[in-house]
Design a protein around this ligand. Structure first.
Ligand code: NAP
Length: 288
């Protein structure tokens, strides 16, 4: 495989912009791209790299890293990159998508001799900003060893979970926990509000004990203040829960946290709150 000295990044949103910044700090980043090109132009100017407006702007990259929104976006990026990257190069996908999408992307790129790792991440925008993400990887173990140095730019932990798709399977499990924690925290804090407890003493008191967790710590005070700036958009969690539900159905299983959360986040998205953080779930919990 090519040494990973020239890296491109596609998807400069809440997660990707920070991750690209860490690659630039390591001297690895050469080009950034994004669906809305103005974002790529602004970040490229800030970081002193090329704004990739067309797929051909990634020509010469040893690796291209993706952190885009949906399954169709990952496939579109992979089709574009298959036409411009050389054999021996690598695509790493940090988006959360279906396991089948990871398998399709890997097969499509393999036709052009390009390696692929499905490598979804957890740790939120704070983890991306601080370079402390947990990366769950599916694909060839040797390819991952080759990519370790690149991933260490923004990872606290990188784990090889198994063959292609195993990263996305792990992320699906992660999202069951994420959804359940959001259910518990939003419901508990709405209950606290109804009881007349003060947010400034309630949140730190709960966080210091057995109920403490990342979501309460990072989103408890903001949601009680009515601030739902993402973070992690509700529409993206709904996308993830649909993936989880399909995987569970394929196993003949149904999980109550997933079903309840699907209903709730579909309601939030339908009501126009899809671009708000997942902590906006407290809106429904307040309503009774
Ligand atoms: P986001 O803020 O909505 O950013 C997504 C970015 O990808 C946007 O800048 C978007 O461009 C760009 N994009 C989408 N489709 C594209 C395409 N076809 N070609 C090029 N660029 C494209 O989302 P995010 O929160 O960063 O999340 C990104 C992915 O990581 C999602 O799959 C999400 O589920 C996952 N994730 C998110 C978090 C989190 O806490 N936020 C944590 C872990 C994993 P535009 O500017 O045109 O919208």
């Amino acid at each position: 495989m090519n040494p990973l000295a020239r890296v491109g990044f596609i998807g400069l949103g809440a997660m990707g912009a920070s991750m690209a910044g860490h690659l630039q700090a390591k001297g690895l980043l050469t080009a950034v791209g994004n669906r809305t090109p103005q974002k790529a132009e602004a970040l490229a100017a800030q970081l002193g790299v090329t704004a990739a407006i067309a797929p051909s702007d990634f020509t010469g990259c040893d690796a291209v890293v993706l952190c885009v929104s949906m399954d169709a976006d990952v496939m579109q990026c992979c089709r574009d990159l298959a036409g411009v990257l050389t054999p021996g190069s690598l695509v790493i996908d940090h988006s959360t998508v279906a396991r089948e999408t990871a398998l399709s992307a890997a097969a499509l790129l393999a036709e052009s001799g390009i390696a692929f790792l499905d490598a979804p991440v957890s740790g939120g925008v704070e983890g991306a900003r601080n370079g402390k993400l947990s990366v769950m990887v599916g694909g060839d173990a040797d390819v991952l060893i080759h990519a370790q140095e690149l991933l260490s730019a923004y990872a606290l932990r990188v784990t090889h979970m198994g063959p292609t798709g195993a990263g996305q399977a792990t992320k699906a499990v992660n999202q069951v926990l994420v959804a359940g924690i959001a259910q518990a925290v939003c419901e508990g804090l709405a209950f606290g509000e109804a009881l007349g407890l003060k947010p400034e003493s309630l949140v730190p008191t709960l966080a210091a004990g057995a109920a403490g967790n990342w979501f309460l710590d990072k989103r408890g005070a903001t949601m009680m203040a009515g601030n739902y700036k993402p973070g992690f958009k509700s529409a993206l969690l709904l996308k993830d829960l649909r993936i989880v539900q399909a995987m569970a159905e394929a196993l003949g299983r149904q999980y109550s946290v997933v079903e309840r959360s699907l209903d709730d986040y579909a309601k939030l998205v339908d009501a126009g709150f899809g671009e708000e953080d997942t902590s906006a779930l407290i809106r429904l919990k307040r309503g009774g």
